[in-house]
Structure formats: structure tokens, C-alpha cells
Write a protein that binds this ligand. Sequence first.
Ligand SMILES: *Cc1c(COP(=O)(O)O)cnc(C)c1O
Length: 394
Amino acid sequence: MGVPFLDLKLQYNLLKKDIDEALGRVVTSQFFVLGPEVQALEVEIADFLGASFAVGVASGTDALLLPLRALDPEDGDEVIVPAFTFFATAGAVWNAGFTPVFCDVDPHTFNVTAETLEAVWTDRTRAVVPVHLFGQMAPMAEIRELCRRKEAFVLEDAAQAIGARQLYPGARLGVESSDHSSLSLDEADSSLGWMMAGVLGDAGAFSFFPTKNLGGFGDGGLVTTSDEEFAEKISKLRIHGGKQMYHHEMVGTNSRLDALQAAVLRVKLPHLEGWAGARQANAALYDEILGDVPGVAIPAVMPGNSHVYNQYTLKAHQRDELRDYLSKRGIGTGLYYPLGLHLQECFSALGGRAGDLPVTEALTQEVMSLPIFPELSEGQVSEVGEAVREFYSG
Ligand SMILES: *Cc1c(COP(=O)(O)O)cnc(C)c1O
């Protein structure tokens, strides 16, 4: 029968009444940019995450760019980013005035680790951007420890990971666990508490692009931080570098969040946990159907992580043939990502070469993502899972 890779209409239809009402409220007010709707969203998201401050901006890309720019880079200062991520992670580093330095990732979780970061460290390294790829957090305790020792800034790229959690040592008991599928750490250990993606770095970046777990009706993003002065600086940078109109302390940009986006996101936020649960249930069913299939590796979840599956990403032998096979049956798949960032044409002056980052380069040949959105039925997930099984048995 076929299964789409993503169908956003289902979620809109479910919330149509509330969303249309919220949009109507903004239209009636004619208050379209920042204002009370955006402030309310900032408070609600900060509450949800356990963050001290949240600043709405125009996109996830800007949520990375503004904190980096706030560090006032000097020529030659470096920021380490994974080569296996969406382009924006590195693009923001470049546009902020830093030199991106690419590191490799763990072959099972696809995330950076303290070890992969340290492997490319230099005395010009000012910051690192761990990406919580596909909805699973990078190991923040060891990353924080490394960056504390080296006095580097940590900017979490949580664009794909809103609501993802990690058991964290010494957590000032953050939030409750949502999913219980991945607890091999001793949860009774009272020195560990669940902390959300985006509150363990010096700053966190979120995206509300429509395909993210919390998606608006266009572009949007948000920066989190526990440092009041830093939050203040971000909120200036998003409106041309000054709080007072026509007085500019620094050169910022226009990166304001629209009230229409905030209104939509405020309707959706209370549903986010339920949607994460549905994504986890879909993932568990795929795991069950595909766990013993030779030729595929199901996503690995690090002990102490609660994965929110913005993507369900397999490593698959004959990946391109499998995608063709599924496509002929009307099953949509995704390919994140087909080329490491160290090998992108725009970064060729940085001197990246094939062979530099072997895990990233292998993953770009092996990975593919299956439909995982929360509104999928059990029947649809089974149909996709069984089709993958058949490909390998046929
Ligand atoms: C989506 C995404 C971004 C950028 O967000 P936009 O809202 O599209 O600008 C940054 N990093 C990662 C890992 C993403 O997936």
C-alpha cells in the first residue's frame, strides 16, 4: 500500500481547531514579530527543558550562529564540529567568523565523543558543537569534562533532539524520564538525574523547522542558556545589537521569531511528549522486526539515553538497492547524510581529504532512515519492517 516518509498533514488535521484559533488570535492582534506570543513560548519551552533562559530566533541555523557570534571570534579561532551532521552546524561556525574543524563520530551512535573531539583539538580551539544526531544525545558528561579542562565553550546542537534526555551525574534533579527502553544504568543511583538536551552545554540550539519533532509552519529556532548575561547578548544580537531602538552596542542581525510560529508551537508543545512516546513505540517495533536481520544494524541507544527518534536510521548493506526496492513499493526513505562535511566543496580550502574521517565516510555509504513520524500506524511500521526483511531474504 505504501508508506510516506513523512506526512505532516495528519498532525495538522488532529490539531486544526486549536491551531487555527491560535493563528486567528495573532492575526486579530496584528502583533506579528516577537511580542507576547513569543515571550510566552520562551517561558513554556524553558520550563519544559529545565533551562534558565530561552531566546526565540528566526531559525535553527541562527540559534547556532548567534551564540557563536557572541563569543567574538578572532581570526583563526577554531570550533570543532562533527563531519557527520546537517550542513548548518558547520555553516554557522563559518558564518560566525570561526574556522570549522571537523571531527569523526562514534560508529554506533553516530555522535561525537570526548575522544573524537580531542583527536582534532589544537591550541586555537575555542568551542565545540556536539550534535545530538537523529534525536539521541551525545555523551555530555565526558564532553563537559573535556571542555572544562580545556576551557572551551560548549554549544549543543539540539535541533533534532528537543525532549531527548540523558542520565547525568550530579543533576539537580532535572526532569522525569519519558521512556524506559534504554535504562541499563542504575537509575536508583541518586547521583544521576535526567537532564534534557540543550541544558548541559553553555548554550543550546533548537530548530522548529517543520520536519523537526516540534515543528512550526515555517522557519523558527531558539537558544537556551543558564547565563543571564549571555541570554541578554543573544536577545540583542537578534535585533541588530541593541535593546533600545536605534541604539546599537554591537552589530547584530535580524533574527526575530514570528508570533504566528510561536502561536503554532505553543499549541503543539503540550503534545510533544506524547509524540516522542509514539516515535519510541514505532522504533521499538522496528527494532523487534529488524533486530535479527543480517545486513542491517538497528540504531544503537547509549545506556542512560532516552532517544526521541527525529530519525530512525539504519546501517544497511546494499543501502542504495534497499532504498530502490522500498521506493518501488511506495515506501519513502531518507538519506542523512550522503557526504561528510569535511569533503564539501565549500570547505575545500580547509584541506579535508578522503580518508581523514573513516567512520563518517563509511556511514555516508551505509545509513538510511525509515519513516518514524508519530502518526504512523502499527500496520504501517510492520509493512515497512517486513519489506526490509524481504529484501534481505529474497
Ligand atoms: C535542522 C538542523 C539545523 C538547522 O535548523 P534550521 O531551522 O533548518 O535552520 C541545525 N543542525 C541540525 C543538526 C539540524 O538537523
